[in-house]
Write a protein that binds this ligand. Structure first.
Ligand SMILES: *Cc1c(COP(=O)(O)O)cnc(C)c1O
Length: 446
C-alpha cells in the first residue's frame, strides 16, 4: 500500500498515516502494546498539529516514535567536563562498585550479620568503613544528602530551636532551602549574624534552654568574598549545644577548600551529613555520621524507615569506600585530579582520528566539578573544539546517537571536554560516536 494516499488534496493532514500503521509487531514485542500505541498516537498528533509546516515522511515518523520509545535511563558519554553532573546522575561508579551492586541485586546479606548469622544492622558494612575513614563513632546511610539532614534535624531538634547563621540560610537546588528543611523537621529556626558576617558571640547570645542544636551549613554552591567572617566548626562546638554540620559535598580528603568529613568530626561536631554521590564519588546516598548516641537516635526515628537505602546502594557504597580506604581510584576523584597533560594527549588522539576536512582544534577551557562543589574556582580543562556549519545540529546528532554524547557549545564551537571522558576510558567510544554524528549531519536530510 502506498504511504501517501492518492488524494493528498488540499488538507495536508490527510497525508498522515493511520496510527496503527506505525504500531509494528516488532515494536510491540519489544516495548509492549500500551506504550507503543500511546507514543504512536502522540507522534501522529504532533505531526497533525504541525502539518501546515509540511508533512513528515514515514521514515521521519518512525524515527520519532523510536526516539520516544527509547527514552529511559540509558548510558551517556559526558563530554561537558562537569564531573558531578546532576542531570547525568552525578558520580559514575567505580568498576568495583558496579560489580558489588550487581552481585547484591539478588538475595544479599542486608540485615543479617555474616559472622553470627543473626539479625544485623542495615548498613553495618558502610558504617564500619566510614568509621575507619573519618574517625566517627557511628554512621547511618539514607537515600540522599537532603534526607540525612532532614532526619538529623527531626531526630535531634524537633520541637526545639536550631541556631543558624544568616550567611548559611542557603538554597542547595531543587527547592532544598535550609529554612524550609528546618520547618519540615519540626524545629524552630533561630537566625543569627548577618549575611556576610557572623561571630561566635552571635551564636552564644542566642543559646537558651530550648536550643537543641547549632546547624553549620556548607554554602557549597556559591562563594562569598570580601568583608566576610564566620566561625569554624571547632569554635561552634566550644559553645555547648551539639553542632550538626551539613557538609553536602563531603570530601574525604582535601579538594580545594571543600570541608573534609574527618575534620568536622575531629572538631567535635555531633553529626556530619553529606552526599554519597558528590565528592565521595559513589551512588546516590546520604550519610549522617558522628557520635553513637545521636546516630542511634536517627536510626530509631520513624523517618529512618522511610528514608533508608536499598541493598544495591549499600553494596556500591561499601565498594566505593573500599576504593578510598585502599587508595584505588574512585572515578570522580580520578577525573577531578586528571593532569592537564593527559587530557591534552587524549584530545590530540581524538583529533588525529577525524577526517582532515573537519575543523577541530585543541582548546584550553574552564571546567567545573559540578554538583554545587567548588563554585567560583577555575578548573582548567582541555577540549576538542569543532567548528561545524551548525554546531547545534552536531550537538543534537551526538545526543541522539548510540551511545548518546552530551556536549557543550561555546562561541559557536562544539566542545568535547576530555576531563569527563578520557579518565573513564571512553575515548574510543566518543570518537566513534563523533564520526557517526558528523556523517549524520553531512548527509542530506530526508
Ligand atoms: C548537595 C547538598 C545537599 C543535598 O544533598 P543531596 O545528596 O543532593 O540530597 C545538602 N546540603 C548541602 C550543603 C549540599 O551541598
Amino acid at each position: 500500500m502506498p504511504w501517501y494516499p492518492d488524494a493528498v488534496g488540499e488538507d495536508p493532514r490527510r497525508a498522515l498515516p493511520a496510527i496503527d500503521r506505525l504500531v509494528t509487531d516488532a515494536l510491540v514485542a519489544r516495548h509492549g502494546a500500551a506504550r507503543v500505541a500511546a507514543h504512536a498516537r502522540a507522534v501522529v498528533a504532533e505531526a497533525r498539529e504541525r502539518a501546515s509546516e509540511g508533512v513528515p515522511t514515514r521514515e521521519a515518523l518512525e524515527a520519532r516514535l523510536a526516539e520516544r520509545l527509547r527514552a529511559h535511563v540509558e548510558p551517556v558519554i559526558n563530554a561537558t567536563g562537569v564531573v558531578l553532573h546532576t542531570n547525568l546522575g552525578r558520580a559514575p561508579w567505580s568498576p568495583r562498585a558496579i560489580e558489588a551492586a550487581a552481585r547484591a541485586s539478588g538475595y544479599a546479606l542486608v540485615e543479617l550479620d555474616g559472622a553470627s548469622g543473626r539479625r544485623g544492622a542495615r548498613g553495618a558494612g558502610v558504617e564500619d568503613r566510614l568509621r575507619a575513614l573519618t574517625g566517627a563513632e557511628a554512621a547511618l546511610t539514607v537515600n540522599n544528602g537532603a534526607a540525612a539532614l532532614v532526619l538529623a534535624l527531626a531526630a535531634l531538634a524537633r520541637g526545639g530551636r536550631v541556631i543558624v547563621s544568616r550567611g548559611q540560610l542557603v538554597e542547595i537546588g531543587g527547592g532544598f532551602r535550609i529554612p524550609e528543611i528546618l520547618e519540615t523537621s519540626g524545629a524552630e529556626l533561630v537566625e543569627v549574624g548577618t549575611t556576610n558576617r557572623t561571630r561566635a558571640s552571635d551564636y552564644a547570645r542566642a543559646i537558651d534552654e530550648r536550643t537543641q542544636a547549632i546547624l553549620w551549613v556548607h554554602a557549597s554552591n556559591f562563594r562569598q568574598v570580601g568583608f566576610v567572617a564566620s566561625p569554624s566548626i571547632a569554635e561552634l562546638t566550644a559553645l555547648g549545644p551539639p553542632v550538626i554540620a551539613d557538609l553536602g559535598s563531603g570530601a574525604l580528603v582535601p579538594v580545594e577548600d571543600e570541608p573534609v568529613v574527618g575534620d568536622a568530626i575531629a572538631a567535635g561536631a555531633e553529626l556530619a551529613c553529606f552526599s554519597g554521590d558528590k565528592l565521595l564519588g559513589g551512588p546516590q546516598a546520604g550519610i549522617a555520621l558522628g557520635r553513637r548516641a545521636s546516630v542511634e537516635r536517627l536510626a530509631r526515628h520513624p523517618l529512618a524507615r522511610a528514608l533508608r537505602a536499598d541493598k544495591v546502594t549499600l553494596a556500591a557504597l561499601e565498594a566505593t569506600l573500599d576504593g578510598w580506604l585502599t587508595g584505588q581510584d574512585v572515578p570522580a576523584r580520578a577525573m577531578i585530579h586528571a593532569p592537564l597533560e593527559a587530557l591534552r594527549a587524549a584530545v590530540e588522539g581524538w583529533r588525529a582520528r577525524l577526517p582532515r576536512d573537519v575543523d577541530a582544534e585543541l582548546l584550553e577551557v574552564d571546567g567545573a566539578i559540578g554538583g554545587g562543589s567548588t563554585p567560583g574556582r577555575r578548573w582548567p580543562s582541555v577540549a576538542l573544539a569543532i567548528r561545524a556549519p551548525s554546531p547545534e545540529a552536531l550537538r543534537a546528532a551526538l545526543f541522539l546517537g548510540t551511545p548518546r554524547v552530551l556536549a557543550r557549545i561555546r562561541d559557536g564551537a562544539l566542545l568535547l571536554d576530555a576531563r569527563t571522558v578520557a579518565p573513564l576510558g571512553a575515548s574510543d567510544a566518543l570518537v566513534e560516536a563523533l564520526l557517526a554524528a558528523l556523517a549524520r549531519v553531512r548527509e542530506p536530510s530526508p
